[in-house]
Write a protein that binds this ligand. Structure first.
Ligand SMILES: Nc1ncnc2c1ncn2[C@@H]1O[C@H](COP(=O)(O)OP(=O)(O)OP(=O)(O)O)[C@@H](O)[C@H]1O
Ligand SMILES: [Mg+2]
Length: 349
């Protein structure tokens, strides 16, 4: 039994989209409706106060998962427990409470802010929507929040239009809007990837400070493994709608146990003098989440693929303390085998 308190727990979560077909095809019911399995059977647990990282190549389902967790998408199947209540079945007052507790920080500070709003009104809007506080209380709260995210003096920023601000400042406005409802859970979806490299560190530092001061639990989505290693307690690696590896951040990156993680890590420049790596080239493209391969989803690109990999989808195996990987190389049946079967040997340790 785990001694950790769970903030969000996901069981067999699926989000499938029905791909767009032409109107005529639909009217004539021509062809099968194609289903995009963006999230396809995900299980994990985010602990109270934890920063949980989510990485994987473009299109693997990270944003869809993040939005489904916030109830911004209806899930296709599975359960999402937030503070032990299943949000997929909540309605009315409970649903509204969840929508104040859990907030999204978006990737794009340029398009996610309505340019017709002044900063003050943009940050205040969620309070208006939820009819929280008196007019004066709302004003005070907006000003305090602007201060907290480093937009100082708050009075000066409050009357600006977002178009007058830099990217870093706009992202702080986005963070203020997410914080004004005093949430306990954040999804930060690539929160610095659109920002100038020079301001990224200060925005990340802000997110770290908020985690400490407010005790926030965060799902941190990023392509950048070295950023996640720095920001997160644990990391999950996603491939074609599924989690293929999860573990403590440093441990997972220093000693990946799934060939996909290994390949991702080896293609990421991570500055760590303790670890030496060979580069593994990932061949091919991510297959389309409509026509999934049978067996292991990574088999068509895996440098260590074996015959059995095509037979059935692998389960998660315990591979180290708190670390799990979805790869049959960790099955007892392969305990005697050299892990380099069939291809490039990855790390030398
Ligand atoms: N609203 C939608 N309708 C149909 N398909 C969608 C929709 N949103 C996402 N998808 C598809 O779901 C899959 C996962 O997309 P998603 O945006 O979640 O990936 P991602 O991991 O966030 O990628 P990136 O790193 O590029 O942001 C993709 O194949 C995408 O085309
Ligand atoms: Mg995305």
């Amino acid at each position: 039994m785990s001694s950790h308190q769970s903030k969000m727990r996901v069981e067999n979560l699926k989000k499938h989209f029905t791909a767009n077909q032409g109107l005529l095809d639909r009217l004539l019911s021509r062809g099968d409706r194609e289903v995009v399995k963006a999230v396809d059977g995900v299980n994990f647990d985010i602990r109270e106060g934890e920063s949980f990282g989510l990485a994987g190549e473009s299109g693997c389902g990270k944003s869809t998962l993040g939005k489904t967790l916030l109830n911004l998408h209806d899930s296709t199947d599975g359960s999402i427990y937030f503070d032990d209540a299943d949000i997929t079945t909540q309605t009315g007052r409970e649903d509204i409470a969840f929508r104040t507790e859990a907030q999204l920080i978006q990737q794009d500070p340029f398009n996610s802010i309505n340019p017709r709003y002044k900063v003050f009104d943009w940050v205040k809007e969620p309070l208006d929507v939820h009819s929280l506080g008196t007019r004066d209380e709302r004003t005070d709260l907006v000003m305090e929040t602007l201060n907290e995210v480093g937009l100082r003096p708050a009075e000066a920023y409050a009357s600006e239009y977002p178009t007058e601000l830099s990217g870093g400042e706009r992202q702080r406005v986005g963070i203020a809007r997410a914080l004004v409802l005093n949430p306990s859970f954040l999804v930060a979806d690539e929160p610095v990837s659109m920002l100038d490299v020079s301001v990224r560190a200060s925005v990340l530092e802000l997110l770290n400070r908020l985690k400490e001061e407010r005790g926030l639990t965060t799902l941190f989505i990023s392509h950048d493994l070295s950023l996640l290693k720095h920001m997160c307690d644990r990391i999950a690696i996603m491939y074609l709608g599924q989690i293929v590896e999860v573990g403590p951040a440093r441990q997972l990156i220093n000693d990946p146990q799934h060939p996909y993680t290994e390949a991702l890590v080896s293609s990421t420049p991570i500055i760590d003098p303790d670890v030496e790596r060979e580069r593994i080239r990932l061949e091919g493209e991510v297959p389309d989440p409509i026509n999934l391969p049978s067996g292991c989803r990574f088999a068509p690109r895996c440098p260590k693929v074996m015959d059995e990999c095509w037979d059935e989808e692998p389960r998660m195996y315990d591979v180290a303390e708190e670390q799990e990987a979805r790869c049959i190389l960790h099955d007892e049946a392969h305990a005697d085998k050299d892990v380099s079967v069939g291809g490039a040997q990855a790390t030398s340790d």
